[in-house]
Design a protein. Sequence first.
Length: 116
Amino acid sequence: QVQLVESGGGLVQPGGSLRLSCAASGTGFILLDMGWYRQPPGKERELVAVITRGGRTNYADSLKARFTISRDNTKNTVFLQMNSLKPEDTAVYYCNAANINGASSWGQGTQVTVSS
C-alpha cells in the first residue's frame, strides 16, 4: 500500500504562487503516473495535471499556461507549481499515484484558497 501526503497548500492573494508537494511512502512500490486533481467548493473533482514516470505531462487545457507539474522519482515525490493564481483556483487539491501493480492511491488533500 502506498501512502501519499500532500503539503504546500494555504491562503494566497490573487496573482500569487504556490508550490504543492506530494510524497509517497510505503514498501515495494514503483509509481507510474502521478497526478494532481482538485475539487472546488460544491463541484466535482477534476483533473489538473498528470505526469508519467518518464516525464511526459498532460494538463487540463485551462490550466497549462499557469501550472507546471514535475516529479522526482528518486524521492517518489510529485510537485505542482501554480502561478498567477485566481479565486477560481480555490479548491482542495489531491495527489494521485498509480502503482505498477495496478493499485491507485489518493492523498488526503490540501486546501488552496485564493482570496484578497
